[in-house]
Write a protein that binds this ligand. Structure first.
Ligand SMILES: [Zn+2]
Length: 150
C-alpha cells in the first residue's frame, strides 16, 4: 500500500467513482495515484474483491450507484483514514491504516466466536468474507515492507 510507481514517485491514496457497463457506478473505490506520471490503479488489496462484487451485482433496468465502503472492510478503513486522519506523511497514513485493519480483524474474530457459539452459519460466512478482505492487507504490508527503502 502506497508503494512506489515504476517512475520512482510514491503513490498517493485517492478514491474514485468507477463505472461498470454504463449501468452501475461504484463510489469511493480506493486507488493509488502517482503524482509524477499520473498513472492510476485500483489498490492491490481490493482488486479481486471489487471484481467479484461487480460480477455479483444485478444489472437492473435503471442505472444505480453504490458506495464501495459499505461492501469492503479495507476500503472502509482506508476511506476513514483518508478523510479523518491527522497523519502528515504517507508512512504515517499507511501505518494508521494497517493498525486499524489489525484492530478490525481482532473485532471480527470476536464476532466470529460469538456467531460460532450461537451456531449462526450465515453470520459466520459473512464474517469470513470480511476477514478475507482484510487478509489481503496482511500480505500486502509484507510486500510493501520489502520494497520500502527503509
Ligand atoms: Zn509514476
Amino acid at each position: 500500500m502506497l508503494e512506489y510507481c515504476t517512475c520512482g514517485q510514491r503513490y498517493d491514496l485517492d478514491f474514485r467513482l468507477v463505472g461498470y457497463k454504463k449501468h452501475i457506478s461504484i463510489d469511493n473505490v480506493p486507488i493509488l495515484a502517482c503524482p509524477g506520471c499520473e498513472h492510476e490503479e485500483v489498490m492491490f488489496g481490493v482488486r479481486k474483491d471489487l471484481q467479484a462484487l461487480l460480477l455479483s451485482l444485478p444489472l437492473e433496468e435503471e442505472p444505480y450507484g453504490l458506495d464501495y465502503t459499505d461492501f469492503n472492510e479495507l476500503a472502509c478503513i482506508a476511506y476513514t483514514a483518508f478523510t479523518c486522519s491527522e497523519a502528515d506523511t504517507k508512512d504515517a497514513l499507511r501505518a494508521e491504516i494497517l493498525e486499524n485493519c489489525e484492530a478490525r480483524i481482532n473485532t471480527l474474530l470476536d464476532f466470529y466466536s460469538f456467531a460460532r457459539e450461537a451456531g449462526d452459519q450465515e453470520r459466520m460466512a459473512e464474517i469470513e468474507q470480511r476477514l478475507a478482505q482484510l487478509s489481503a492487507v496482511a500480505c500486502e504490508s509484507g510486500a510493501a515492507r520489502r520494497y520500502s527503502p527503509v
